[in-house]
Design a protein around this ligand. Structure first.
Ligand code: URP
Ligand code: ZN
Ligand code: ZN
Length: 467
C-alpha cells in the first residue's frame, strides 16, 4: 500500500508568488504534500529540467457557438479541449450563448448536452446575455449565480447580440444584485456600421477593411462607456480582449478613480497587426477577429499593460473557423465582403508558448507573472481559487510540466484544434508544455493523449470584485 498516487520529483515549481525546488505528492486528484525527498507513490514522474506549473486556465474560449446562417465553428468540445490540453491548459471557460427569445436555462441545457462527457480538461461556462428580459435578469440570473454560473458577457457590437446602453445598465444592476461578474465586448456598433457602409459604398470589401472599419476610437469610446455605465450602477466590470493603448488607458484611468475594472488581452494583440489582414488574395480572412489586431505601438502598449498589471488575465479568445470551408472563412457571403467573414481565430493551444517565449524569455515579464496571467488570476477572477490556479496543498492536481528549452516552430500540422490553419504559423517559440495533468490524471504527454474525456464541469464561487 503506497501513501500517494503520484509524486512529481525534481522539478522547479513556479506559482504566481514563488519559484522553488520541491516534490509534489498527489492523492485522490489533489495535491496533498509539497516537500523535499517525498516517496511512497504508485507512480513517480521525473520532472528534472522541467518547470512545474499550475495548469493554464483559458477563461475566454468559444466552442460550438452558433455563429450565424450556414456558419459553423471549427471546434466542438472534444477537439477544443484536446487542443487546450496539448497547449498546457487544464481548465477552459467557454461562452454559453443565449439566443433571442431563449431562456438562459435552455441555453445551458443545450451547451451541457454538447460538453458533458466530451471534455479532456475541466470546463466552466460564462453566459452571453443577448435578450435581457425581466424574467432573465430578475429570476434566471440570481438562480444561476446560486448554482455557480457567476459571470456573464455583454456585447456592445454585432447585430443580434449587441445591447443598448439601457439594456446594459439593467443587466449590470441585475448582475450586481446576483453577485455576477460582467464581461463586456466594447466596440461602438453604430460607428462600425457607419464605417462599413462607407467602405462598401466605395467598393472596399477585402478582408483588410475589417480592420479599418473597427479603428481604435471605436474600441476606446465603448470601453469608456462600458466603464461609465458600470460606475453609474457601482458594479465591477471586466473589459475583455483589449487591443490597444487608448482602451487600456481607460481601464487605468478608471482604476485611479477607485473603480474596480478588470482587463484582459490576448496573443493576437501581441504578435499580429492589421497588416496581417492585408495578406495576398483572401488570406487576410485568417486574421479577421474583433477587435482587430492593430499596429506595433498597440503591441507595445499591450506588453506594457501586462507588465504593469493593467491586464489581470491573458486569454486566447479562441474562436476557430476553418479557412477552406464555405461554412468558415470562405463563406460565400464573406468572399463578397469582409462584413460577412466569420469573426474569430483559433489560439487555445498556442497561448502559453507565445506568452512564455515572447514575455518570459525576452525579460518582459517574470515567470511568476506568467503563471498569474495564464492561470492564477483567471481562477481568482472567476471564483475557482484556490481549487484551481495554484500549486498548494489541497488544490486540484492540475499541473503542467514545461520544457523551457524546447524550441518549436508553430505549425498547423502539429496542432490539435479543428481549424485548418493557425494565425501564428511560422512563429518560433522557446518553451513548450510536455505533460498536462488534470486532477492527478495525465491527459497528454509527449505528443500523445493518455486519457479520454475525463474533464469535469466546475461550479464556481463568487467572482473577484464581490469579496
Ligand atoms: O472575433 C472574435 N473575437 N470573435 C469571438 C467573439 C468575441 O467577440 O469574443
Ligand atoms: Zn468579444
Ligand atoms: Zn471572444
Amino acid at each position: 500500500m503506497t501513501a500517494f498516487d503520484t509524486i512529481i520529483t525534481g522539478g522547479t515549481i513556479a506559482t504566481a508568488a514563488d519559484t522553488f525546488q520541491a516534490d509534489i505528492a498527489i492523492q485522490g486528484g489533489r495535491i496533498v504534500a509539497i516537500g523535499e525527498g517525498l516517496s511512497g507513490a504508485a507512480h513517480t514522474i521525473d520532472a528534472r529540467d522541467r518547470l512545474v506549473l499550475p495548469g493554464g486556465i483559458d477563461s475566454h474560449v468559444h466552442i460550438s457557438q452558433p455563429s450565424g446562417p450556414r456558419v459553423v465553428m471549427a471546434d466542438d468540445f472534444n477537439s477544443a479541449t484536446r487542443a487546450a490540453a496539448f497547449g498546457g491548459n487544464t481548465t477552459v471557460m467557454p461562452f454559453c450563448l443565449q439566443q433571442s427569445g431563449q431562456s438562459l436555462r435552455d441555453a445551458l441545457t443545450w451547451y451541457h448536452g454538447l460538453a458533458d462527457g466530451n471534455c479532456h480538461v475541466d470546463v466552466s461556462f460564462h453566459l452571453i446575455v443577448t435578450d435581457p428580459t425581466p424574467q432573465v435578469l430578475g429570476q434566471e440570473l440570481p438562480a444561476l449565480a446560486a448554482e455557480g454560473y457567476t459571470s456573464i458577457k455583454l456585447f456592445m457590437t454585432y447585430p443580434g447580440l449587441r445591447l443598448s446602453d439601457r439594456a446594459i445598465l439593467d443587466s449590470l444592476a441585475a448582475a450586481k444584485a446576483a453577485g455576477t461578474l460582467v464581461l463586456v465586448h466594447a466596440e461602438n456598433d453604430d460607428a462600425i456600421e457607419y464605417l462599413r457602409d462607407t467602405a462598401e459604398t466605395a467598393g472596399d470589401v477585402a478582408p483588410k477593411f475589417h480592420a479599418s472599419t473597427r479603428p481604435i476610437p471605436v474600441e476606446r469610446e465603448a470601453t469608456h462607456r462600458a466603464i461609465t455605465l458600470a460606475e453609474i450602477v457601482d458594479v465591477p466590470i471586466m473589459i475583455v480582449h483589449v487591443s490597444n493603448r487608448e482602451a487600456m488607458e481607460e481601464i487605468d484611468r478608471a482604476r485611479r478613480r477607485g473603480r474596480t475594472v478588470f482587463g484582459e488581452t490576448c496573443p493576437q494583440y501581441l504578435v499580429l497587426t492589421a497588416d496581417d489582414l492585408d495578406r495576398t488574395g483572401f488570406d487576410g480572412a485568417k486574421y479577421v477577429c474583433s477587435p482587430p489586431p492593430r499596429d506595433t505601438d498597440s503591441q507595445a502598449a499591450c506588453w506594457e499593460g501586462l507588465e504593469r498589471n493593467v491586464f489581470d488575465v491573458f486569454s486566447s479568445d479562441h474562436c476557430p473557423f476553418r479557412y477552406e470551408d464555405p461554412e468558415g472563412k470562405k463563406h460565400p457571403d464573406g468572399l463578397k465582403t469582409f462584413r460577412a467573414i466569420p469573426n474569430g481565430i483559433p489560439g487555445v493551444e498556442t497561448r502559453l508558448p507565445i506568452l512564455f517565449s515572447e514575455g518570459v524569455n525576452r525579460g518582459r515579464i517574470d515567470l511568476n507573472r506568467f503563471v498569474a496571467l495564464t492561470s492564477t488570476n483567471h481562477a481568482k477572477t472567476y471564483g475557482l481559487y484556490p481549487r484551481k490556479g495554484t500549486i498548494a496543498v489541497g488544490s486540484h492536481a492540475d499541473i503542467v510540466l514545461w520544457d523551457p528549452q524546447r524550441v518549436q516552430t508553430i505549425r498547423q500540422e502539429n496542432l490539435h484544434h479543428g481549424a485548418d490553419y493557425t494565425p501564428f504559423e511560422g512563429i518560433t517559440v522557446t518553451g513548450w508544455p510536455v505533460l498536462t495533468m488534470v486532477r492527478g490524471q495525465i491527459v497528454c504527454a509527449n505528443e500523445t493523449m493518455t486519457a479520454e474525456r475525463t474533464g469535469q464541469y466546475l461550479r464556481r464561487g463568487r467572482p473577484a470584485g464581490y469579496a
